[in-house]
Structures are given as C-alpha cells and as structure tokens.
Design a protein around this ligand. Structure first.
Ligand SMILES: Nc1ncnc2c1ncn2[C@@H]1O[C@H](COP(=O)(O)OP(=O)(O)O)[C@@H](O)[C@H]1O
Ligand SMILES: [Mg+2]
Length: 234
C-alpha cells in the first residue's frame, strides 16, 4: 500500500466531519474517493496532506504521515491538485510551471508530451486559459516533480464533455506511472479509470472494493451516491 488511513477523525468548528475513516490506496492504479456533496472528500485529502488538525493514523509510503508538515510530505512525493486548481492567473503558463519546480531535474518533457497544449501556450497568461487548459496546467505542475502518490480533487468539475474526455485520457496515462487517489463525481469517468473505490457516508467509509463492483450495481451506487447517480456511457 502506498497510503493507509486508519480511524481518521477531523472536527471543523462544532462538526465532527470525519468520524473514524479507514482505507488503503494500493501502489498501482486509480482509487476513487466517492460520496455525496459535503460528505468530507476534500476534508479527507486535506487531512492526509496535513493541512487540517486530525487524529488517527496515516502511513504514506511506509512512514507515519500524521503530524508531519505538509511541505515535508510534498517533498517526499505527495502531490496534490486541489479542486480550485490554484493556477496563478496573472502569470504565464511557463511561469506557473517554473514556480512548481522542486527537483534539480524537472520533467518538462514528460509534461509537454502529456499536454502539448501547455507548450503551445507557454507564453499565455494562465487566467486566459479555458477550464480544461487550467486543469491540465494544474496537473502539469505537479508532474514536473517525482511523485509517489497523487491526490486529485474533482478534476473534471465544470468542464465540457469533450474536455472531460481528454482530461480522463491524461489521468489514465498519468496513472501508468503514479498511483492516484481521485475524487470524481462523474461516474462515467470513474467507470473508465478507477480500479478501486471508497465511498464516504455520514463521516465514515460506507463501502470499499473494486470500482466495477460498485458501478456494476446501479441500486447500490444510487443508494450510496444519491439519486441521479446513473452511470452514463462516456
Ligand atoms: N473550512 C471549513 N469550515 C467549516 N466547515 C467546513 C470547512 N470545510 C469544510 N466544511 C464542511 O465540512 C463538510 C465536508 O466538506 P468537504 O470535505 O468539502 O466535502 P466534499 O468534498 O465531500 O464535498 C461540509 O459539511 C462542509 O460544509
Ligand atoms: Mg470537495
């Protein structure tokens, strides 16, 4: 396992958001983190990153992670692409990429091979990119450095169907090299990409297993993920 989470508990204000969440992320493939809006998916990712006070135990790449500062975890290869993408709108694509470099040997070739558009648009201000292009820039920034695990939060949110498909293709290629814990509400994308799935409900893990087991059972998926969670073909 690249990541083991045990009995993770997070309180924000007066609410007990995560109430003993336990799951594992294998060293290969994409593990989808699912659940209804507001259930605590983003909170889970931020607790793993050490951005929120949490209790329980987290093991990342064979070492205890809970209580270690975020920058150490990032240095050790924990990559995070947040939901809001966090690109610097006033800087160019190339400047955004350069700011993300941490290693002596950044992987610009890999990033430009994966996202040729970032090369073409290197001199363009990131704020003028489309949502899909900004997502590619956010993914590109994290991939410049060697990563052991990627935490990616809703990468296809708000994107047009054709763009969702190209982001999914990129995630699929990235996952050939780096395991991923992926929060994704689009179940067609989950069906296409995920090997394993974890479903949060009421502060706990309500279901964990092979993604096909969840998505192959529409009644179960509807029950766990809510009405309207039909799996349409991409
Ligand atoms: N900074 C915060 N302050 C107060 N409540 C928060 C904060 N962040 C998240 N929450 C609450 O925690 C719950 C889980 O949020 P979140 O992890 O963002 O859910 P998800 O990503 O599954 O949609 C929600 O009820 C949300 O309102
Ligand atoms: Mg969220």
């Amino acid at each position: 396992m690249i990541l083991s989470v045990r009995d993770l508990s997070v309180r924000i204000g007066g609410s007990h958001i995560l109430q003993g969440v336990s799951f594992d992320v294998p060293r290969t493939g994409i593990t989808a983190l699912l659940g209804r809006n507001g259930v605590g998916k983003t909170t889970t990712l931020r607790a793993i990153l050490g951005e929120l006070p949490a209790s329980g135990a987290i093991d990342f790449d064979g070492r205890p992670a809970l209580g270690r500062p975020t920058h150490r975890l990032v240095r050790d290869g924990l990559g995070y692409v947040p939901e809001d993408r966090c690109v610097f709108a006033g800087l160019t694509v190339a400047e955004n990429l350069r700011l993300a470099v941490r290693s002596a040997d950044p992987r610009f070739r890999t990033v430009y091979e994966l996202f040729p558009e970032l090369h073409v648009r290197a001199g363009q201000r990131a704020g003028t990119l489309s949502g899909g292009q900004q997502q590619m820039l956010a993914l590109g920034r994290v991939l410049l450095n060697d990563q052991r695990l990627l935490l990616i939060d809703e990468p296809t949110k708000g994107l047009a169907p054709a763009v969702i498909s190209s982001v999914a293709t990129a995630l699929d290629r990235i996952a050939d090299r780096v395991p991923m814990l992926l929060v994704e509400q689009n179940l067609a994308v989950v069906r296409r990409l995920a090997t394993d799935a974890i479903v949060l409900a009421a502060g706990r893990v309500a279901w964990q297993g092979p993604a096909a087991g969840l998505l192959g059972d529409p009644a179960l998926a509807r029950d766990l993920l809510g009405v309207g969670s039909t799996v349409r073909r991409p």
